[in-house]
Design a protein around this ligand. Sequence first.
Ligand SMILES: NC(=O)c1ccc[n+]([C@@H]2O[C@H](COP(=O)([O-])OP(=O)(O)OC[C@H]3O[C@@H](n4cnc5c(N)ncnc54)[C@H](OP(=O)(O)O)[C@@H]3O)[C@@H](O)[C@H]2O)c1
Length: 335
Amino acid sequence: MSAVRLSTGELASPAPQHLQGGSGVPLEPLSRTPFQPRAFTVLGGSVLAVPQQAYIPQPHPRRLAIKRPAGHMLPTVGLGVYKSASGGECYASVLSALRLGYRHIDTAQICEQEAAADVAVADSGVPRGEIFLTTKMWLSNWGYDKAAAGVRQSLAELGTLYVDLFLLHAPGDPGLRAETWRALEDAQKEGLIRSIGVSNFGIPHLKKLAQSAAVQPAVNQIEVHPWLQRRELVAHCKAEGIVVEAYSPLAKAQKLADPAVGAIARRLGVSPAQVLIRWSLQKGLVPLPKSNNPDRQRSNLDVLRFELSAADMAALEGLEEGLITGWDPISDAPV
Ligand SMILES: NC(=O)c1ccc[n+]([C@@H]2O[C@H](COP(=O)([O-])OP(=O)(O)OC[C@H]3O[C@@H](n4cnc5c(N)ncnc54)[C@H](OP(=O)(O)O)[C@@H]3O)[C@@H](O)[C@H]2O)c1
């Protein structure tokens, strides 16, 4: 099995199983050239050579990770820790997930779980260079100076020299948005952040940011599941080369008893949650299911041994009903 060289310079060997193709095809060794802003390509059984600006995540049955050309890996199933209670429960959740093979942890300043995630990462024994760590700038840190300090505060809480992805948690105050973004750009230049992105941005927010940004967002993290597909926004992000991360991909467990999902799950011998996570992957999204339960964490990661047919995908796409399970800054935040 070949090793995966990450652009931190650390050699991660062997590659975590969930980063290997379902067929066990090893990932391509990666160069150590400095990473470029933006532009991920899709990893499957082999690396798809997609020109940077033409990047569109294609549904791929064995697509397990998205990488930057210089080796910045974005594992395609991440663990969300937003609703894990702070402290002990978050620690246990992140620790068990890392032991099960998760290599992508999604946290946020607002969740006050960065410190617990730090200890779990340290205790897991998994090299930091193998883990993709995301956090998000909360709205109280808007403005250049506060955001610059907020980055450093997050690094301290997370006990890390860099985070892999730092997102603006929501569009926030439009008067301070551009300078807040500039603070992320500068922190990226300093090497404190490897990729920068946004969350809960609608098309108008993205277009406005594009006017002032030197670095375009690598990621837009938004609520997406079959009952809220945000087709226009997802298509816009794909056209702009922005990876879409799907938060609340299980619709917060509100729809797991849906008969259409249940029928597909029974036929394939998988759980409704696995159907929903697989749907996200086949849509070219990066799902972030949250579970504190090790058995559910394990099954949520086990989504590579089956595939949804075109008919299954169509049935799930027929479930759209505009269901928002959390907040909705995409509609509510001023442009
Ligand atoms: N950027 C943002 O504004 C934003 C907003 C919301 C969420 N997020 C991110 O997205 C992550 C996930 O979203 P979410 O927590 O809202 O919702 P979710 O992942 O759609 O659903 C989580 C719920 O599903 C349950 N669950 C998980 N796996 C299951 C399975 N296999 N079978 C049955 N139930 C299962 C969990 O319970 P157990 O824990 O008991 O398994 C929990 O109640 C968050 O943790 C956060 O990282 C981001």
